[in-house]
Design a protein around this ligand. Structure first.
Ligand code: FES
Length: 57
């Protein structure tokens, strides 16, 4: 079974990692023009949020 981790980066997107490899970066600031993917807009709008992570499997 693959090891899946979802990491919320400080002031940034949700990183989906499978077996230690980032497979997707998902927007959590709501401003991306490429939802659900992060396009880097969070940095331009000054998005602030704490980091956290969960492991699945
Ligand atoms: S988190 Fe990066 S654009 Fe929203």
């Amino acid at each position: 079974m693959a090891n899946v981790t979802i990491k919320a980066k400080e002031n940034g997107p949700l990183l989906v990692e499978v077996d230690g490899n980032i497979v997707s970066k998902l927007c959590r600031c709501g401003a991306s023009e490429s939802k659900p993917k992060c396009d880097g807009t969070h940095a331009k709008i000054g998005f602030k949020a704490e980091s956290s992570e969960i492991k699945i499997g």
